[in-house]
Structure formats: C-alpha cells, structure tokens
Design a protein around this ligand. Structure first.
Ligand SMILES: [Zn+2]
Ligand SMILES: [Zn+2]
Length: 386
C-alpha cells in the first residue's frame, strides 16, 4: 500500500524527487510569468555568519535580474546563487549606509575576475548637497580603489570594471528611474537618518514588488505600496530586545527602535494599510528566541500573510501563487565561465620600479614548463616575463 502510494506521487528510490521543498540555485527554470525573489542579506547593520546586511535579488521571467541594496557580507550570498556575473549588472541602492552598500566595491571589482564583461549599472539617490549623493560617493569609491583598478586592468579583460552611475533626486515621489524591457522602477522618499533615503517600486508583468530600504513609517510607502504583490519593509528589533540582547540603553533603544527605524508593531500597522499579498519583514536578528516575540508584536497590528525574512529565503511569485522556500547554499560554488568572448588585457604599464624588479626570483626552470604545458594544450606561444 505504502509503495504504491509513493509511486503514484512519482517517488522512487532511484529517481529524483518530483517536488522539492528546497530551492537549489541554478537548477530551476524561471517561468516566463514568474518573479523569483531571494533574500541575500536580512540582518542588522552589524553582519554575522547567519545574516549579512541588506540585499534582495529579484529575478524576472524576462531574464532581467536586479539587486536591491548590496550590504556588507552579501557578496558571498550573491555568489552562492550561481548566476553569471554578466546577468547581474543592475544595482539599486536605497541609501548610503554601509549596511546597504558595503559590499558594492567587492562585487564591482571582484566581479571583474568573475567574468563580468559588461559595465556595472548603479542607481542611487541624491543628497541635500552633492557630497551626500550617490554620484559623489561612487566617484570617490573609484578613486579609493585606484590601486586595485590599476593592477587588474592590465591582467584581465576589464570591461566589467566600468561603472554606470545613475543618481536621481531623493525627493521624487513615484518618479520613474528605470524603464527597459517591460520593467518599470520608481522611487519615493524614505524617512531615515537624514534626507536622502528612498524606497523602490518594481513593476513588471502586472505585478508589483516593493523594497522599502530603511524607513520610519510614511505616507508614501502606504500610498505607493498599496496592493503590492510583494512588499518588503524593515522591522527592527523591538526596544526590549535591543536592551536585553544588544546592550542598548533604554533611551537608545526607543530612539533607534521606533524613530530611526520601524518597530514590529509599526511594521504591522503599515502593512494593515498597504494590504500586500505578502508582507516581508527584515532588518532584525532572526533567531529562535527573537522571532516569536517579533511575530507576536506584528500580529497586534497585522493579520495578513507574512514572511519574517532570513538569508537564503526564496519566494516564487506569480499572479496565482506565492511559494516560499529556503535556498540550499553551495559553499564550493565557482563563477560561471564568461558568456562573451574575452578581449586580451591591455598589459601593465611599468608595473614595477628597477628597485622592485631587482628583487625578483624568476625560477625559469619551474615557470618555463608551466608555459610549455599551456602552450601545448592551447596551441599558444606565450612567454614568461623575464
Ligand atoms: Zn540605514
Ligand atoms: Zn539599515
């Protein structure tokens, strides 16, 4: 009886399971009408092994992929998704706190040796002065990594080192900042720390995705997220836990937990007005002892569908269904081979001084056979530098 019931479900001791309760990156087709969202950073500003800082990946059935924030620690989680770097070339930054873009440099420059052969495109808000805006920040980042850029560009095809920086006014209300390939992305202001934080709306195929970033509850979120298919909003640790678990003073805890950020009760209030198909809370340490209290506090003000996000949570969203699973992570993952033909690197210009060159030990008896091996396998005629 049992074996017949199992075989009716397609379950067999020698076949792959027909239905899996985990998401295995790189092994599932994305259907043409489907949106897949993966949480790649859900924690608080300080990263920890279980939770990187803010980062959400949105993949669409038309092939487009978008990162919303790229907080500290999130790059390795992006890598775990087995997605060729050329495919993830669009990053939207909600504000310039390090927990929302701290891994951008790693993703940008690391990506150049992980086979990204297209420029990295970044969108981010202005500030009240040019020095507080995304453009200034990223131009300075490029300057800061001058040595890194100079070293890599001579050794690898460096097209992926180009940055396209798109700064938009933070005050824009429902302003369109991206419109390509049937995807529209709009922004509205967030209220967080000082002027210059924003939230994002992504619309595609009749579905609406909202990424709130960090924000105090606000009228724009309530208006423009209304009826969303998928609405992400921060929900910080409640002040009680900030005091007991994180050593905040009571004053710090209520200020940070209810004024700089949104408490679970405030999150619930917002979502009870927005009424999304699913509400997603993030930006708190999500553990066995914090989650019950956070859920209970949210339930005081919201009774709709909810996910308390944790890193590697995955949602497959269509107009008919939202399926929530956890992704398996492969720590042995390697980057995909280049999708485009590679160009030869430009070669370093005067990489070393005479003084440093005088210190080289070239070991020709060891290095020449390595070149011979490569030349034989690939029919090349490469020679070591002296
Ligand atoms: Zn912030
Ligand atoms: Zn934050």
């Amino acid at each position: 009886m049992i074996s017949s019931a199992l075989s009716q479900q397609g379950i067999s001791p020698t076949k792959a399971l027909p239905e899996r309760d985990m998401y295995f990156p790189g092994t599932e087709d994305l259907k043409p009408d489907e949106m897949r969202i993966t949480a790649l950073g859900t924690g608080q500003p300080s990263v920890r092994p279980k939770q990187a800082a803010s980062c959400f990946l949105v993949e669409l059935g038309n092939g487009d992929k978008f990162l919303f924030d790229l907080g500290s620690g999130s790059h390795e989680r992006i890598a775990s998704q087995k997605i060729p770097y050329d495919y993830i070339d669009k990053v939207f930054i909600s504000h310039l706190h390090v927990d929302h873009f701290g891994d951008l440099a790693s993703f940008w420059l690391g990506g150049t040796v992980m086979n990204r052969l297209v420029p990295l495109r970044i969108w981010g808000p202005s500030g009240d002065t040019p020095e507080l805006g995304t453009k200034y920040c990223l131009e300075k980042m490029q300057e800061m990594y001058n040595w890194d850029v100079k070293t890599r560009s001579g050794f690898v095809d460096f097209r992926g080192g180009a940055l396209e920086i798109n700064e938009f006014p933070y005050e824009g209300v429902n302003q369109t900042i991206f419109e390509e390939n049937g995807v529209v992305i709009r922004t509205f202001p967030a209220i967080h720390a000082i002027n210059g934080a924003v939230s994002f709306i992504l619309e595609w195929n009749g579905m609406k995705f909202i990424y709130g970033g960090d924000t105090f509850p606000n009228k724009w979120y309530i208006k423009y997220a209304a009826g969303a298919d998928f609405a992400i909003h921060e929900s910080f640790l409640p002040p009680t836990l900030l005091v007991t678990k994180q050593g905040f003073t009571p004053l710090e805890a209520v200020r940070v937990g209810t004024q700089a950020h949104t408490s679970p009760e405030q999150f619930g209030k917002v979502m009870s007005m927005v009424k999304p198909r699913i509400a997603v809370a993030f930006h708190f340490y999500n553990d066995f002892d914090t989650q019950p209290e956070i859920r209970e506090r949210i339930r005081k003000t919201y009774d709709g569908d909810i996910s308390l996000a944790i890193d590697y949570m995955v949602w497959n969203v269509t107009k008919d269904e939202i399926r929530t699973r956890m992704a398996a992570k492969d720590e042995d993952v390697w980057p995909s081979p280049a999708l485009r033909d590679k160009l030869s690197p430009s070669g370093s210009e005067a990489p070393f001084s005479e003084f440093i060159l005088s210190g080289r030990e070239p070991f020709p008896e060891v290095v020449q056979p390595i070149f011979d091996e490569i030349n034989e396998i690939y029919k090349t005629d490469l020679k070591p530098e002296n």
